[in-house]
Design a protein around this ligand. Structure first.
Ligand SMILES: [Zn+2]
Length: 419
């Protein structure tokens, strides 16, 4: 008979309610939760029947749902080496494949069970997913847009292309989104590191954006929009996008609109902290990066008060932002902006799950749901500090920190239509 496993944990925070459960037990079989309870929720001792159970003793740990990073670039690393960063842009798929795998492992080892990619110049990440990835080998759920779309001559060379001559943005979405998981559009430049708060022009006009978002929706795809500054963010929201990425300097009206429209905001705070720490100390660029961070922390604090839906994204692959390890840094900054533990966990789990469409696996543990959770040493009050070293990362009933994660091989199946 296939044995059931029993997990015994000190605490459970599920990210949906504001409550903390004590003395938790969770029974799982074939990767699914078959029983779940806590002190006071049942009348009998769940440990009475020891005949067929292996017990995971996590009584000194807090269980949380699997974490979700809503903004990464798997084909790039966070290396600050300029030559290496440039080289990353011209790598072949064969060169990038092990890099993507390594980055996915870094995510898994930190309890991140699903990631949303923000695009790469050659569509390698989507190709990897379609051609190579086996989720039972690298069990992290991956959502990829392939390439991002940008305007000719504008920012975004690292992550995508402009629509080819004679094609509109909506044509490109119609042609490529079917084979991708979502659409990524770049609608502004980067934050200036020389002039605090300097806004760049939108890359597309409202009609172009609106048509593109609509075309994506017709194919069942959501659109994530890179946008900094009042104008570019406002236009993306008017066009009906599903998430705003970065959103530095968007200002109050846009925050109100985010709350009204219940559009997700992924504020990527840690990017500016990484810049500030890597640039020459005391230089103008380092000081402006620190000011950008300060301004974004204020915006997040206001957004919280207004009821904006926040989701966590690190922009891993950006300068100094490393896959896996940066997630906890992003959470610390959300804490600094005034979010409490429950709000942080909600942003890092439930909101991400809804944005990525992975609620079937990532979210509050329930009987019948996949046994996917993270165990962190200590009570909930130590949650953030323990996140940098999870005790157990259980994905569909397997502890991926101890179980093997074999190298995936090629598999037959539909190929991505990217060149
Ligand atoms: Zn990005």
């Amino acid at each position: 008979m296939k044995s059931k496993d029993m997990v015994r944990a000190g605490w459970l925070m599920d990210g949906s309610s504001g409550s903390i459960r004590r003395d938790v037990f969770l029974e799982m079989e074939n990767g699914f939760v078959t029983e779940l309870g806590w002190n006071g929720s049942r009348g009998h001792d769940p440990y009475e029947d020891k005949s067929h159970r292996r017990v995971w003793d996590l009584s000194d740990c807090t269980l949380i749902p699997g974490l979700i990073d809503c903004h990464v670039h798997l084909s790039m690393s966070g290396t600050p080496d300029r030559g290496e960063r440039e080289h990353q842009l011209s790598r072949t798929f064969e060169e990038v494949k092990p890099v993507i795998e390594e980055h996915l492992r870094h995510h898994a080892s930190r309890g991140i069970v699903a990631v949303r990619d923000g695009g790469d110049a050659h569509g390698h990440t989507l190709w990897y997913k379609k051609r190579w990835m086996k989720e039972d080998c690298v069990p992290v759920r991956l959502k990829s847009p392939g390439k991002a779309w940008r305007s000719p001559g504008r920012y975004g060379r690292l992550i995508g292309d402009p629509p080819p001559e004679g094609s509109s943005l909506a044509d490109c979405v119609a042609r490529y989104a079917r084979s991708a998981d979502h659409v990524k559009i770049v609608n502004s430049g980067l934050n200036s590191l020389r002039e605090f708060g300097k806004e760049t022009l939108p890359q597309f006009n409202l009609d172009e954006l609106r048509m593109a978002v609509r075309r994506g929706e017709e194919l069942g795809r959501k659109t994530m929009v890179h946008a900094n500054g009042k104008g570019p963010v406002s236009m993306a929201l008017k066009a009906g996008c599903h998430s705003i990425e970065h959103g530095f300097f968007m200002q109050k009206d846009n925050l109100e609109r985010l709350a009204e429209q219940q559009v997700y905001w992924v504020p990527t705070l840690f990017t500016m902290k990484a810049y500030a720490s890597l640039l020459e100390p005391g230089s103008l660029e380092s000081r402006v990066a620190a000011l950008n961070l300060e301004s974004q922390l204020e915006q997040v604090s206001r957004a919280r008060a207004m009821g904006v839906l926040l989701a966590v994204g690190t922009d891993s692959g950006s300068l100094g932002v490393h896959h896996g390890t940066s997630f906890v840094e992003e959470l610390k900054l959300l804490q600094e902006a005034g979010l409490d533990l429950h709000e942080i966990l909600r942003a890092a789990t439930l909101h991400g799950a809804a944005l990525l469409g992975v609620e079937d696996e990532c979210g509050p543990l329930r009987v019948g749901s996949p046994a996917t959770f993270v165990a962190l040493l200590g009570p909930p009050s130590r949650l953030i500090e323990s996140l940098s070293r999870p005790t157990v990362v259980c994905i569909r009933g397997v502890d991926v920190l101890r179980g093997s994660m074999p190298i995936p091989g090629p598999r037959p199946g539909p190929l991505c239509s990217f060149p």
